[in-house]
Design a protein around this ligand. Structure first.
Ligand code: HEM
Length: 104
């Protein structure tokens, strides 16, 4: 079963547009990574201020290889150059325990 890694970013409302702008201009290299199955930027719509960067991988090793890669560095170039868009983020890790046949 595949694994899900989520970067949960606490974004003050006045920084939300900047976060989305950075993702619109993202490197797009993650799509070429071995074992990459999908990515979504999830915008909160219930009054919370936590954006979720949802990623899905064939295995934990595939995810780790991407995090250690130059592609990951390039994928976070704006973050490195202009500083973090928000003060706090944390990594959440899940295994897919069950899924419906129509889920990706
Ligand atoms: C300190 C932790 C992190 C912060 C604050 C952060 C924030 C960001 C931001 C603002 C971007 C837009 C591009 C840019 O600014 O250069 C980005 C790209 C991305 N981030 Fe993160 N990120 C972090 C770590 C992670 C982790 C651990 C994951 C995996 C769950 C992740 C997944 C992604 C993906 C998939 C992209 C797009 C890369 C591409 O297009 O190749 N990020 N991140």
């Amino acid at each position: 079963m595949s694994v899900v890694r989520i970067n949960a970013i606490e974004v003050p409302p006045e920084r939300a547009a900047e976060l989305e702008r950075r993702f619109e201009q993202r490197a797009g290299e993650v799509e070429d990574q071995e074992g990459f199955l999908g990515f979504e930027l999830l915008r909160p719509s219930d009054g919370r201020t936590t954006y979720l960067v949802y990623t899905r991988w064939r295995s934990e090793d595939d995810f780790r290889r991407w995090v250690a890669s130059d592609a990951f560095q390039r994928g976070h170039a704006t973050h490195a150059r202009e500083g973090p868009v928000a003060p706090h983020s944390e990594l959440w890790a899940f295994e897919v325990a069950q899924e419906s046949p129509r889920a990706q």
